[in-house]
Write a protein that binds this ligand. Structure first.
Ligand code: FAD
Length: 289
């Protein structure tokens, strides 16, 4: 692929990257893992005059536990997160979702910050992070702001980022020990973008009250939580899954009809609810043993 001509800069610090972005305005484009941007450059869908490669800012590639929160640097690669022992021990749904992104060579290069900024409706990170109630730290010339996933991703391939802002960190509230989780998706071939996905988190509070969060990704323009389905869980997983399939927005496109997507969502949500409940129950019985 022959890329169009552009100026290339590779700042080594976050401060330098922010300075370049502020100075060069909307004609600058950030490059992280390049797994979405390079194809877009090749197709001339985007024509920046300058590409700001943040991939050398090593300080943005980390995973660490804080006080009840997991901090993930924007340049952490999908593969880092898939293999992180800290993630497997504390928020295993993140590792499960990472494993489903594309193929190994894409996961070796692609970053979590790049995936969120790209905002592909079928991407795994937005759906799973929405289910976990994660927030995103965005840094610009005037400092930092922190916003929820559904404030960042506002449409297909559309975010609320300003051109001079960078995603710098993702903050994931640590789910309670003994929580149940499941991330299920359906794609036509292994490694393809999913036609739909379902993320379920089941937590039990100190009082014994159960909270179940259901998020559907891939089916519509953005991932969405399913409050109506969550409120129907007392009628069983099947009824809640049918309600999730009804309440989401489902796209009708060359990949699948809206009704087919709804049918997939129903099956994914039903199975994910069962798997997450089984894990939560197993953790409960271990705690009681
Ligand atoms: C064949 C193939 C299959 C794929 N399958 C999947 C899949 O199944 N699921 C999935 O989720 N993804 C998939 N991807 C996309 C992949 O996950 C990308 O890694 C990801 O979407 C973008 O991450 P990146 O680091 O490569 O970002 P880049 O491609 O470098 O950048 C993507 C966009 O984000 C912006 N950007 C990057 N980092 C930042 C930042 N920190 N702050 C602000 N803006 C930023 C860039 O300017 C650009 O607009 C696939 C890609 C390919 C080529």
């Amino acid at each position: 692929v022959i890329l169009p001509a552009f100026e290339y800069v590779a700042p080594r610090t976050l401060a330098d990257a922010v300075r370049v972005l502020a100075a060069r305005g909307p004609d600058a484009k950030v490059l992280a893992g390049g797994q979405s941007l390079l194809p877009l450059l090749g197709l001339r869908v985007v024509r920046p005059t300058v590409v700001v490669d943040i991939g050398h800012i090593d300080a943005l590639r980390y995973v660490r536990a804080g006080d009840a929160v997991l901090h993930i640097g924007a340049l952490a690669r999908h593969r880092d997160l898939e293999r992180s022992p800290l993630i497997q021990a504390t928020v295993p749904i993140l590792a499960d979702a990472a494993r489903l992104i594309g193929h190994t060579h894409i996961r070796n290069r692609g970053t979590i910050g790049g995936s969120l900024a790209h905002a592909d409706p079928a991407a795994e990170w937005p759906a799973v992070l929405l289910a976990l109630g994660a927030t995103v730290v965005v840094t610009g010339p005037h400092g930092e702001r922190e916003l929820a996933i559904d404030r960042l991703i506002i449409g297909p391939l559309t975010t609320s980022l300003e051109h001079h802002e960078l995603i710098t960190e993702i903050r994931v509230p640590l789910p309670a020990i003994g929580h149940g989780w499941a991330f299920h998706e359906f794609s036509t071939r292994s490694g393809d973008f999913a036609l739909a996905s379902a993320a379920v988190i089941v937590t039990t509070g100190r009082s014994g009250a159960r909270e179940t969060r259901i998020v559907v990704g891939g089916a519509g323009p953005t991932p969405s939580r399913c409050p109506s389905a969550e409120s129907m869980l007392d009628r069983g997983n099947g009824a809640a899954a049918r309600e999730a399939a009804r309440e989401i927005e489902a796209d009708d496109d060359h990949l699948a009809s809206a009704s087919y997507r709804r049918r997939i969502v129903e099956v994914l949500v039903r199975d994910a609810l069962a798997a997450a409940s089984t894990r939560a129950a197993a953790a409960g019985s271990e705690a009681g043993a």
